[in-house]
Design a protein around this ligand. Sequence first.
Ligand code: IMP
Length: 423
Amino acid sequence: MANTILVGAQWGDEGKGKIIDFLTAKVDLVVRSQGGNNAGHTVIVDGTKYVLHLIPSGILRRGTMCVIGNGVVIDAVSLAEEIEGLRKQGIRVTRENLMISDCAHLTLPHHRALDRAKETAKGKGKIGTTGRGIGPTYSDKAARTGLRTGDLLQPVRFSERLKARLTEANAQLKLLGAKPLDFRMCKDEYLAAAKIITPFLGNTVVYLHNAVCAEKRMLFEGAQGTFLDIDHGTYPYVTSSNTTSGGACTGSGVPPNRIDKVVGTMKAYTTRVGEGPFPTENDGLGEFLHGLGREFGATTGRARRCGWFDAVFTRYAAIVNGIDELAVTNVDGLDTMESIKVCTAYKLGSKTIDYPPTDLDALAKCQPVYVEFPGWRKDTTAAKKWGDLPAKCRSYLQAIAKLTGAKLGIVSVGPGREQTIVL
Ligand code: IMP
């Protein structure tokens, strides 16, 4: 497989972890380039469940190198726990299979505290963040006041800088009515985590450049989804990084002309967590999917909001990411439905539009235009090839791919590696 970027084509949680794990079999390296431990990829291998937050899912395959690039924000304590947790599950995590950029920004305790305090202060107007400190970390990065993983290599300098940042943050926390943080506790916790993390640090740009020269095949695993992108998403109800394909280049240092293909992952319906517009949201579908035990977040356990497939948004995702191929997941979630709706356009006043308005007030006024498909009412979870899927299911999948404007490449009918159909 050529160098491929995998992105989420909706609001995150499209089942990227499973598709990444599947595609990883065909690559030498897996690269993470944005986001932080707000992401949660669930991968099931031989019946064992692994939940990954910062480490690329390539770690579950022997012989695959995993790289965490400069664009990722790293909560060192959480990453150290993730490494130790995987080791306890019998997964080898060494310098042979993991490298972390020394330029990646650190998410520190005051980022988490500020994230939560700001959300509380916003009240009804909150974003619904994961509370992992992502926004404040990227704010510090843009303000040029952040600390980076490389700073952990110099404990004295790190401690001085942390102290200065904590003093400022504590003043802000006080204004927000939140408890201040204790410098010593934060420092000790991060320097303990540093012992686990620093052996993995290095210049990942040079490493990846050499890998490109050696014609190694790479997979860039996206976190979150297109409409959580800080530039192209439903701002301000977004995350703070570029979740679209361009973010893979800036967040790794691998230039655009070394990328061969973009794969977009989307569910056969739509979900979103947190606040923000969601034109095809449907409480009945949500109750139905939650009743099946589906659609609870891997990171926060929150019940996801659910709605019908929205081709207006996925078409926009295809444009902004340059999606070549689609991977459609969670098809089995619709197995027992009698009929399935798909939004093909919006009515906005007297106009019919086929793109999402960037103004949220206008988006809130949009009425979805639906077409209805008959449900297939058959279990798809044992399907191994395209021909095993019920005819009505194949028609549905072909229709949503056509409406999105990209080729259907992969269909997923369950969480297991074997429940994956390649077209
Ligand atoms: P933050 O990234 O924690 O700042 O959260 C900002 C928005 O992005 C919120 O609506 C979150 O629910 C959403 N979000 C962040 N990470 C994920 C993810 O991995 N999946 C789905 N939604 C996410």
